[in-house]
Structures are given as structure tokens and as C-alpha cells.
Design a protein around this ligand. Structure first.
Ligand code: PLP
Length: 376
């Protein structure tokens, strides 16, 4: 049996009628760019995230970039983030004119290691962007405490963490802003590109609202040099319907992860990554660490198991950032994870038979591997 990495069709089939009716309504009202369907989704999403405001934007990269711009971050500033993330986190920092400064990840959570944060702060540091990688939140209490002491803004990159929790608080609700991507494959995915910034700060929310719409606070009156970063009306309508199923989908992902964790634990050359005790993860990605990653990936792919690597090259070693002069060995945990991470099929509609097939194929693929060195 082939098992896909992701099956969006299985997710959309039961919703097809409801979503098509909503799309028809957007068409009938010609509410394509921004407009009432986006505004309604913003209201629902803010409530879901336990924040006062949500601002719908074009994608997650725009969300990060507009949040930075809205906070006045620009040329000469430094923004701290992690090397273990999707390129967009660093791109957003660079495109507002600031310099990305990296801090290694924690060995068990794969998110920003608070113990290493303070060392990276300089007089130019203006903000920290912890990334809730794979749907697990970073250890926010110590990050917020250090940021407060140094007067730094904290922007959460929650693009992989819709609905994740940290000590009962929702992803995106702890920092000054939380940034989300609704790329189709995300836990809450649009039928195209979309994103949002959530915040409790009225001034920042309003600033981002203006910036996403060419800096106009009134039609053709431009208070700021903004951008076209609006969310499509159709995406607002689709997301509003899909938001209702987000918690159910996240619970299914956690149940699947538990089965994987139990059935894959103790295999030679493979380490499962149990969730941190401080939160509730949402498993956007289910990753294990394996020695001989590339051989196992190839073996699984040949046997019809959809796998991925998130991400093969940490940001500081990407060619695009060679100008930062950060070589191999700069961030050992991130580099090691990049060599060992293997993402297995994970989506709410996975069946027990599909999970069993993945488990059996992983078992037979790793059996020839050497054991991983013990985690520190
Ligand atoms: C951690 C992270 N940050 C930012 C982004 C950017 O989001 P988008 O692709 O919607 O621009 C993504 C999306 O893949 C992501 O995973």
C-alpha cells in the first residue's frame, strides 16, 4: 500500500459542498480582495488564537515581514531567530533591512534554546522570532523574560503551529505578534496562498492593517509606504469553514503521533521525539531522527511511503546567506538535526492501516542502521 506524505483531497472531499457554496457567495458579491469574508475570518481567527486582533495577509512570509515593519524594525537592526526553520523567517528579516542573527535550537524541542539567547543579544538587537517548529511551541516563558529584560519585541513564527499551546496559551498569543501561514498543506490551509498576523496590541494591529493595503488609512490617502499584502476574499471564506475543523484535525494528528511514537520507539538508529511537557503540540510535521537518513529516505520512497526532510540545510549554511560568514560548526544542534530529521506521513485523515504500513516499512528500512549517539 502506498501512503502519501499528505492527502489534501481526503481533507477537502467532505467539505466540498460547504466550501463551494461559500466560494459562490464570494463570487456573487464580488468580494475578491480583502472585504467582508476576510473580516469575518479575522474575527473568528483572533478569537481562536485568544488574541484581540487578527489581520489577514497574503501569506506567512508577508505576515512576518509586515509584523517586523509594523514594529519599526529596519536597517541597522538585528533580529534573532533560529537556523532550523523555513527560509521565510530569515527572508522576512532581511527584506525589512535588518540582519538575521541565529541562536541554536534546543536538543529536545528543536526550537530556540533559551539558554543560548542572551549571548546573541547586542545593542542592535530589536526583536526575537522563536519558531514553533513542526507544531511544537518554543519554551516561551524564559524567552519572554529575557526579551523583557532587554526591551526586545517577540514575534512568534507560528506558521507551523495553528492551535498549539504553551501552558494553556495559544500559539501567537504570547509575543507582541504571532504570524501564521495558511499555505494549503498547513494544519489550517487555504485553497491558495494566505496568512495572518495576530496581536493584542491595537496600535500594531492597525499599523499592519494599513501596511498590508498600500499604507492607506483611507482610499488613496497613504500615510505609509506599504505593500499589497491583502488576503483574497475566497481564502477568507474557505479558511472560515476550515477553522471549525482545526481542533479535530489537530487531535487526530496527536493521536497518530502517539501511535508512531509507541511503535517506533527503541528501533536501532532511530530516535522518536516526544513532545515537551510544557505544551500541546499540533504535529504539522511528524519527524524522527535517523542515522543513514538518506538511505532510509530512499528505501521508504521506493516502497511508496511519502517522506520529507524539514529542512536539509540550516539557514546559516544556505548559499543565500553565505555573506554572513557562518560556517559548518556554528550551530551544531541545528546542523545535526538537518542531517538526521526524517518526516513521515502526517495528516488527520491517516488511517490505522496506513500508519501500520508506515511503521512496518520504517522498521524494515532502519534495521540495518547503526544506533544514534545518545542525546545529551
Ligand atoms: C516556519 C515557517 N515560517 C514561515 C513560512 C512562510 O509561510 P508562507 O509559505 O505562507 O509564506 C512557513 C511556510 O512554509 C513556515 O513553515
Amino acid at each position: 500500500m502506498n501512503v502519501p506524505f499528505l492527502d489534501l483531497r481526503a481533507q477537502h472531499d467532505p467539505l466540498r459542498g460547504e466550501i463551494m457554496a461559500a466560494v459562490q457567495e464570494v463570487i456573487d458579491r464580488s468580494a475578491f480582495a480583502g472585504g467582508p469574508f476576510v473580516a469575518k475570518f479575522e474575527e473568528d481567527f483572533a478569537a481562536y488564537c485568544q488574541t484581540r486582533f487578527a489581520v489577514g495577509v497574503g501569506n506567512g512570509t508577508d505576515a512576518l515581514w509586515l509584523a517586523l515593519l509594523g514594529l519599526g524594525i529596519g536597517s541597522g537592526d538585528e533580529v534573532i531567530t533560529v537556523p532550523s526553520t523555513f527560509m521565510a523567517t530569515a527572508e522576512a528579516i532581511s527584506h525589512c533591512g535588518a540582519k538575521p542573527v541565529f541562536v541554536d535550537i534546543h536538543e529536545r524541542t528543536f526550537t530556540l534554546d533559551p539558554a543560548r539567547l542572551e549571548r546573541a543579544i547586542t545593542p542592535r538587537t530589536k526583536a526575537v522570532i522563536p519558531v514553533h517548529l513542526f507544531g511544537q511551541m518554543a519554551d516561551m516563558d524564559p524567552i519572554m523574560e529575557i526579551a523583557k529584560r532587554h526591551h526586545l519585541h517577540v514575534i512568534e513564527d507560528a506558521c507551523q503551529a495553528h492551535g498549539a499551546e504553551y501552558k494553556g496559551r495559544k500559539a501567537g498569543s504570547i509575543g507582541i505578534a504571532g504570524c501564521f501561514s495558511f499555505y494549503p498543506g498547513k494544519n489550517l490551509g487555504a485553497w491558495g496562498e494566505a496568512g495572518a498576523v495576530v496581536t493584542n496590541d491595537p496600535a500594531l494591529g492597525q499599523k499592519i492593517r494599513v501596511l498590508r493595503d498600500h499604507g492607506q488609512d483611507k482610499k488613496y490617502y497613504h500615510s505609509d509606504i506599504g505593500w499589497n499584502g491583502r488576503m483574497d476574499g475566497i481564502q477568507g471564506a474557505v479558511l472560515r469553514i476550515k477553522l471549525k475543523g482545526l481542533d479535530r484535525g489537530n487531535a487526530a494528528r496527536r493521536a497518530h503521533a502517539k501511535v508512531y511514537d509507541e511503535k517506533l520507539a527503541g528501533l536501532p538508529g532511530l530516535t522518536v521525539t516526544p513532545p515537551a511537557a510544557y505544551g500541546v503540540p499540533v504535529y504539522h510535521i511528524y519527524a524522527v531522527r535517523v542515522t543513514e537518513r538518506d538511505r532510509i529516505l530512499q528505501a521508504l520512497t521506493q516502497r511508496g511511503i511519502g517522506c520529507g526532510i524539514h529542512y536539509p540545510i540550516p539557514i546559516h549554511l544556505q548559499q543565500a546567506y553565505r555573506g554572513l560568514g557562518l560556517g559548518v560548526g556554528s550551530f551544531p544542534v541545528a546542523e545535526r538535526c538537518a542531517n538526521e530529521f526524517l518526516s513521515l506521513p502526517m495528516f488527520p485523515e491517516l488511517t490505522p492501516a496506513q500508519i501500520e504500513t508506515v511503521v512496518q516499512e520504517v522498521r524494515s528500512s532502519v534495521s540495518a542502521s547503526a544506533p544514534l549517539a545518545t542525546l545529551a
